[in-house]
Design a protein around this ligand. Structure first.
Ligand SMILES: Cc1ncc(COP(=O)(O)O)c(C=O)c1O
Length: 372
């Protein structure tokens, strides 16, 4: 069994994907070909944002967004500890200071109260300047923007939504990647919308930021060819990846998001009496980057994972430790920082196979193994 079955997806979409790749090769327009602009237009329409700028990956997307927000040395950026490395790594790359925040254990998303406490603590200490908050749409569920956006407004912070896992989710009718002053996503192959390599995108409604981001992505370009008006990056989405994403986005919008929600509902109905199943708050839709249960203990999780493996069922631990405990951030001396929900999640989470092409039999096979 595949954890995320990209092979079946390819078989379904093969004609369009192969034709798209062939078109790019026949045209030899490998960089900034017309498929890139078409994809950006479709992504902006899907998320209902004014601008979408594609780039090389989701980590670059975050870093470039922070640069557009003028984040620099001395600034504090608030990030959940329970996330992938990129969310905080980019803060350190810009010499700013990541401040780690706890999560809500029912959604695994940033806890607004913990955010508020962290902002007040940093403000009180007076060493760093609170600048940006990066809520992550973890496992496909949009962060608690109903509570986080007013907090950001209250303290004058910009919001950068890390929608690497959240693309396709919603709160009421508002799409993931439309909540931040700037939002980003990743097209890493296993993401809800993935390409066949690395890729990413940046979303905003702000014209000035969009122009700045476009420039940063291409060596700080100006209006004329070989005019460089700032130090930028080389961060572009390959035309081939855009050609692959065009039919994948159509399938994603037409049926894949609905299908992962079918899979999640099936899992939940069978597992709810025995496991802590993932919670989707009223009015929210998840794009199910992961379907993650909370085991009773770390020891039970190890046993479960081993027995699933024996039956050929892959499972993953996202994430085994909080970022504040990663050696990479040791210099920030966060060892004694107490983030109890992050600690609990790291000890007990287990992510199960999840993708739009899982059959009812596949799901029952996983559930039978877990219920035994
Ligand atoms: C929450 C989160 N942010 C950022 C990234 C970075 O994306 P990429 O791998 O495309 O650089 C990822 C995934 O890999 C992620 O899960």
């Amino acid at each position: 069994m595949e954890f995320r079955d990209l092979k079946t997806q390819y078989q379904k979409l093969r004609n369009d994907i192969d034709a798209g790749i062939a078109d790019v090769i026949n045209s030899s327009h490998y960089i900034s070909g017309p498929q890139v602009a078409e994809l950006e237009k479709n992504l902006a329409a899907y998320t209902k944002r004014t601008h979408c700028i594609s780039c090389a990956n989701g980590t670059d997307a975050l870093e470039i967004a922070l640069r557009a927000m003028n984040v620099k040395k001395g600034d504090a950026v608030f990030v959940p500890s329970f996330t992938f490395m990129s969310t905080a790594e980019v803060v350190s790359l810009l010499d700013a200071h990541p401040v780690f925040v706890d999560i809500d254990l029912t959604t695994f998303n940033m806890d607004p109260d913990s955010l508020k406490n962290a902002i007040e603590r940093v403000t009180h200490d007076g060493i760093w300047t609170p600048k940006v908050v990066i809520p992550v749409d973890i496992f496909g569920l949009p962060a608690d923007f109903d509570k986080i956006l007013p907090i950001a407004t209250q303290y004058g912070l910009n919001v950068l939504e890390d929608g690497a896992q959240g693309f396709g989710g919603k709160i009421r009718e508002k799409m993931a990647c439309s909540f931040g002053d700037i939002s980003t996503t990743s097209f890493f192959p296993a993401k809800p919308l993935g390409c066949y390599g690395d890729g990413g995108a940046i979303f905003t409604d702000n014209d000035e930021w969009a122009a700045l981001i476009t420039s940063i992505c291409v060596h700080g370009k100006g209006h004329e060819k070989y005019e460089n008006i700032r130090i930028g990056r080389n961060s572009r989405l390959d035309t081939i990846q855009a050609a692959i994403l065009l039919p994948k986005l159509r399938a994603f919008a037409q049926y894949e998001v609905a299908e992962v929600n079918r899979v999640a509902a099936h899992y939940s109905s069978r597992l709810k009496n025995r496991y802590r199943i993932p919670t989707v708050p009223e009015g929210c839709l998840s794009s199910w980057a992961q379907y993650t249960i909370l085991c009773e203990s770390s020891a039970i999780r190890s046993k479960l994972q081993a027995s699933l493996k024996e039956q050929g069922i892959p499972s993953m631990i996202y994430y085994p430790r909080g970022l504040h405990q990663q050696q990479a951030f040791a210099a920030l001396d966060y060892k004694s920082l107490d983030l109890p929900n992050t600690a609990t999640a790291c000890e007990r989470v287990l992510s199960l196979p999840m993708h739009p092409y899982m059959t009812a039999d596949n799901i029952d096979f996983v559930c039978d193994a877990l219920l035994k």
